[in-house]
Write a protein that binds this ligand. Sequence first.
Ligand code: HBI
Length: 380
Amino acid sequence: MTSQILSDCSALRLLFLSTPVAPLGTGLGGGVELTLYNLAIEMTQRGHRVQIVAPEGSQLPQSADAAPVAIAQIPGKLQTSAQTQHYTDPITLPPESVLGNMWDYARQAQHDVDVLVNFAYDWLPLYLTPFFQRPVAHLISMGSLSAAMDAAIQQVARMFPGTLAAHSHAQVDTFPDAGGFRVLGNGLDLSRYEFCAEPENRLGWVGRLAPEKGLEDAIALAAQTQIPLSVWGAMPDPAYWQQIQQRYPDAPVEYRGFLSTEELQQDLGRCRALVMTPKWVEAFGNVAVEALACGVPVIAYRRGGPSEIVTDGETGWLVEPDQVAELVAAVDKLGQIDRAACRRRAEAHYSKQAMGDRTEQWFRDLLQKRSPSAIAQTFG
Ligand code: HBI
């Protein structure tokens, strides 16, 4: 087989395979939707060819300046979210699985592609990697959640060094013998976020309303400080929302829905701070970058990805996890944070251009590594 080693400036043909838990654009795919969309636009603007493979019903926000990206709409049953599984659960694949259909599409499309990029947090794409004749790059979107995924990740790390990437060191550290991950951080289109210098007396919380996100601690903060808390995000389980509201009946909290980026940034930008109270190791925390981009300081538990985004005392405050009293103390110190410094930090590290540089370098290093000998060795 002839292997085409691409020079550093050649255009890449990229196939982005999305999460199988929800169509793109519903918000139920979580942060990975924004990550995939931003990278697809950024790579297209750099002259690369990107095609997205995603569950049918997917759509991308058609932002004015970005060329539309082709989406192959794949039918089939959605995959159960990995967060609802237990660590030792066996892998499940529903009949007519959309995940299986997505990777069958990839099998047929691979010969017209330089790199397949997997955004799914699932066993199948990792297991299938050696079956493909083209390199598969895996952007792992969460920390360790299951033994089966951990084993599949270790197998790919061993067979295809350099093909695994993550968003933060904290995320990588959750995997057993976490060798060989490239840490990419993340990046957003900061032109969609407007700097707000003068906030209202309000705090913000953004995320899927689910136990692992720890919304109840932010509501406890609102109850203790009586500072109004605005909540945005997808609500997969209204009963959960009712339950935590009943626990804090006198907390000034208002649910403001799952908004488009445009609407969210307008409302979030007017907050004194974003409060991040994750109960699990967030791989990254896109919402922290969205807040900084609007000049909004971030008060976050010192846990997971957000603790690598927030610079304590400069762009917000990091506090002892699960200590609501520390959240209260951090709110009192918000006056020390310069909102313009928050915007500057987002621009320096978390723009889609900065993420595009890091990601493109990952693809090129990965392609360079697959010298003819490596390919011969892998496929004999
Ligand atoms: N669960 N099985 C599965 N596959 C995914 O791709 C997945 C998930 N749960 C959550 C999720 N992706 C995203 O919300 C996070 O990666 C951000």
